[in-house]
Structure formats: structure tokens, C-alpha cells
Design a protein around this ligand. Sequence first.
Ligand code: ADP
Ligand code: MG
Length: 275
Amino acid sequence: MTSEVSLEGVSFSYPNGVKALESVELTVPRAHTVSIVGPSGCGKSTLLAIVAGLTLPTSGTVTRCKVEPGRLPVTMVSQKETLLPWLKVKDQVGLHFRLRRQHKTERVRAWVQDLLDLVGLGDFQDAYPYQLSGGMRRRVAFLTAVAPIPQVLLLDEPFSSVDEPTRLVIHQDVFDITRQYEITTVLVTHDLAEAMSLSDEVIILSRGPGRVAAVHTMPFGPERDIVALREQPEFLELYGKLWRELGLQLDNGGRKRQRSFRDSTSHRPDWMTEG
Ligand code: ADP
Ligand code: MG
């Protein structure tokens, strides 16, 4: 199996001395989806920046495969609201082609229309972001990143702001589109069920500085009905196992609370009752 990106012994410290990653070993096979889960602050976003090539590791090596002709090397969707308020949905999704002045060709128009139809946004081509729901805006952000067919797609908690039922529908779109166009995908998420249902491999990072605590191969095959999958006993059993492993890393980020709310006998802070 060809590996698209691989990291060997990658460590990273920020200039202020915060150590974010420690000896990370990671292989992302071509056209696979690999998810990364782990406690807040364990270095997930830092790891994505390194995979993207935006950040160089302090030590260790990153190896990337050659980009297939016609593809963009990498695109990314983050948690942030990134749609340009002055662009219509079709211009947003076709942004890559617009920047290359190819957006007026019939082929590009048809491609953007196809993508929008695929995710049920066919009737919203001419809408502006403020006219869409949160879930629709996230779909548009996702399509903007996949429209140029990247070699590697990086997703940093892209759907965490979306309500659960909508998220499940988006998951099916993400699964279908990334498989259809063989887009190697690295997904960072704190939603373990999202990680499992979309991925070939789930990687659990330890609390910071992040190390690979476990790698799990998902046994669910290349064709998935996401909603049905999440009800299967096999899925639920594996979910329980991974949840326990992840829980070992949570443990309040290794920091002990100085004091517990249970120690307090009063229901009012001092300043409310004083003088
Ligand atoms: P995650 O995405 O898993 O929540 P991050 O990769 O954002 O974690 O951060 C990992 C660690 O690095 C955290 O301790 C965070 O506070 C620290 N960190 C993140 N960005 C910076 C920065 N620009 N400068 C210094 N420290 C940072
Ligand atoms: Mg993050």
C-alpha cells in the first residue's frame, strides 16, 4: 500500500517552549481516511499543520508522495467560519477555479453544480452565506476544499458546530465524496463516533505533548451507510473499547484540580454575602 504522508519521530516545540508533539510516528495510506482523536491541547492541530507542510517539525522527518497531475497538493477545512460573505455559494465552491480564471467554463460550472447537487444544495447556488443554516455553510466549506480534488484533505474539527442529526447527513457526504474521488483525508475530531464511522484508521494521541497512544484499523469496509453503521453491535462494541482508551488520556489533562466544588459548603461566593 502506498503511503501518502508519513511522519517519523516527529517532535515539535513552540518558540515559547511549549512541547506540543513528542516522537510521533504516523502513516497515512493513499486514499485512506485517518482520524486523530485525543484530549484538548494534545497537539492535534499542530500535527495537521505539520502534515500540511505549514509548520516544520523541530525534529523528525515528514515524507510525502508525489502529487498526481491535476490535483492540488493539499486543502484544509477548519472549525472556523471561512466562507467569504460576499460570494454566492457557486462562486465559493468554485473559488479555486475563480482564482485561476477558469470559473466561467462550462466544465467548471457543471462540476460545481454536480457537487452541490450531491450534497442537496443544488437549489442554493445563488445564495449568500448569511442565507444558509450552519450545517449548509459547513457543507459549502467542505465542498470548497474538495472541488479542486486535493491529493490530501485535512479536516480540523470541521463539523463540531453542527447539530447531531445534520452532522450524520454531512458524514455520509464526506464519506461518499472522499471515497469516490480517492482523496487521502486526515480528520481531527473530538467526536469518536465521527472518527470511527468515517475512517480506515483511528489514531489516539496521548495528552500533551502528543504521542501516538494507539492505532486502530476500522473493520467496516469501503461502503458504509453511516446511520446504519452506528447502530451495529460491532460498531458499538468497538466504540466502548476506544472510549475507554481515550478516557485514559483525558484525566483532566494530567492537571490536578486545586479544589473541588464538592469541598465548598456555600452556594454563594463570598463577595455576594459580604457587607
Ligand atoms: P489541540 O488541537 O489538540 O487542541 P494544539 O495543537 O492546538 O492542540 O496545541 C498543542 C499545545 O501547543 C497546547 O498546549 C497549546 O496550548 C500549545 N500551542 C498551540 N499553539 C501555540 C502557539 N502558537 N504558541 C505556543 N503554544 C501553542
Ligand atoms: Mg485543535
